[in-house]
Design a protein around this ligand. Sequence first.
Ligand code: GAP
Length: 514
Amino acid sequence: MAQEDVFKKLVSHCKEYGFVFPSSEIYDGLGAVYDYGQYGVELKNNIKKYWWDSMTLLHENVVGIDSAIFMHPTIWKASGHVDAFNDPLIDNKDSKKRYRADVLIEDHLGKIEEKINKEVAKAAKKFGDAFDEAKFRETNPRVLEHQAKWNEIHERYSKAMNESNFEDLRQLILDCEIVCPISGTRNWTEVRQFNLMFSTDMGSTADGAMKVYLRPETAQGIFVNFLNVQKTGRMKIPFGIAQIGKAFRNEIVARQFIFRMREFEQMEMQFFVRPGEEIEWFKKWKSTRLKWHQALGLGDEKYRYHDHEKLAHYANAATDIEFEMPFGFKEVEGIHSRTNFDLSQHEKFSGKKIQYFDPELNQSYTPYVIETSIGVDRVFLSIMAGSYCEETLANGESRVVLKLPAALAPIKLAVLPLVKKDGLPEKAEEIINMLRFDFRCQYDEKDSIGKRYRRQDAIGTPYCITVDHDTLKDNCVTIRFRDTMEQERVSIDKLHDIITEKVSMKNLLKKVIE
Ligand code: GAP
């Protein structure tokens, strides 16, 4: 199945099974804003717990905070967001549609890459085991031609972006003959800067309202609380502050479902270190964070690093962890070595001394910072995409199953009485009452057992427990495993242990530090 179709199916599956709904749907929706449904919110909460515990339980020197969304507007001046948190936008005069100029060019580069990959795949098929991909890429004339084109465009693009040269950016769009996907024309406006922050007024206009911003990242709430936490928690460097919370960006090109939203959630951790030790810590966090992703068991090959060659002026190292979404490898998390830029800026703009006295060195300094920044919604999407499977069964029937990491599944087990009578529903209730304190359970007695299994497969429930007439005599049930569909007869007393083994957050967390 084409990846585009897989993605469409995934989006409709999310809606049909109560994971993600378009926001304000009965009013025809609101662009790039989504609501999480009854199963979505459970999965999302489990993702957040997995991250929070991995930060604050597995590291004694990482503590959490929950700062406000509204912050003093000068914070955003100090952080650079007022002046530099911009996207270059361009309009098509015929369709009146607005695009990000950089995205138009990146998509164009992506198409050239696709052409190269197609040539490679064709040759690999033709030559089989004897195929030497590296050599083919170095010598095949068609590949070389595409690659030369890609290099030339990429070089012009990077230069224009680095120099914020919008005339060159527009010229590149024209030279690449990029057309508007709606009108099909090349009738483009100039490229302009567009600030991504949402603003509103705080206080009544009579008092002289103050313009405040909806935070575009949670990180600044951590920076401005650095001294509060360090002093009240008697924290010694190195230490980290973690936070989960909503962030808002007025994205121009909001698409790909929950990948790029205008209201989203971040999980960020700022790790404060001695100047000079930041690269070592950067490498440590880079590997710890990849392990966190890989422990989910969606396949190590689905993740890769993308080290940044061009760094922001305040950073001295940066990488993204990318996941192979149905629309290609995409950033899910960023790990940045941000030097002492943010704390120094807040010191300058607030006029307050923001330094740390290091008792071991007997000196004060502005700590350096390693940031790990991950979008909850993007992890959610990566997990849904990595778990969604369509399978044809031995009997010719098909099933859609979400092979979610068991510890994150919204419902851990479903208890299903074979029939709605003869005391089986009561026995099922008894089992639920025994297990409900530890696991989220669901009771279902409607339709055939096969249909009930399918419903649970579709929401990723790892276990189905069937209660039949024998259960009343031998106190045993049939447990069915989601991924293999194997069934086993087990004693009710053993259920708790069997289920814990797979669904416990503890076992998942252990994998991160293995
Ligand atoms: N404090 C650093 C920071 O905010 P970022 O690369 O702009 O860095 C970090 O964002 C992460 O937040 C991204 O890797 C992504 O997972 C998530 N994110 C950013 N913009 C997003 C959007 N519009 N919708 C969903 N997630 C987003």
